[in-house]
Design a protein. Structure first.
Length: 182
């Protein structure tokens, strides 16, 4: 019979997962999925597979702030490391940031994305909480439901916005996109 997991053991697993993400060992989506599983684990045996493929000692490195300025469109997708603070400016184009395969250095990421004459489109895995603080003067704000995010889930704070475009936050899962392509 397996021993029930304690709150401290669940918390320790979550911290190890966050450290692994900071090292680039887990994508944003993997981190969100594993944290959700860890917070709902009842036994120790449920926690073990969540960290079995990770080293026990991880070196934490500081990430440099990211700043991108452009006149045209800005797109970030695939595997990339999202620093704790990132700034994106596109004066006459859209900004599309796909975090579904990205790795994060901490449990919280601040993204300041501003495009006065374009759209800001943020794609995050399901289970990630997005705090939208972005403004739209004459545009619109569209945000999918954040209800799937747990208290320990990674958090994205989105600031900036647009004057004449749309700020859109979507939580479409990567595997759904891949299944559609078949």
């Amino acid at each position: 019979m397996d021993v029930r997991a304690s709150d401290a053991e669940r918390d320790e697993t979550v911290e190890l997962l966050r450290s692994a993400a900071a090292e680039g060992r887990l994508t944003f989506e993997e981190l969100a999925d594993r944290i959700e599983t860890a917070t709902h684990a009842v036994t120790r045996a449920e926690l073990v597979p969540l960290t079995a493929d990770l080293p026990t000692a991880l070196a934490v490195r500081e990430s440099e702030p990211l700043e991108v300025r452009a006149i045209g469109e800005i797109k970030r997708s695939g595997t990339w490391v999202v620093p704790p603070d990132a700034t994106f400016r596109s004066w006459m184009g859209s900004i599309t940031l796909d975090l579904r395969e990205a790795t994060i250095p901490t449990g919280e990421v601040r993204i300041d994305a501003f495009s006065p004459f374009g759209n800001v489109d943020l794609l995050v895995p399901e289970g990630v909480f997005v705090d939208v603080r972005a403004n739209t003067r004459f545009g619109t704000l569209k945000q999918e439901n954040n209800n799937a995010a747990s208290a320990d889930a990674p958090r994205v704070i989105l600031t900036g916005g647009t004057m004449f475009g749309t700020v859109k936050v979507r939580h479409k899962r990567l595997w759904e996109k891949l299944l559609k392509g078949r």
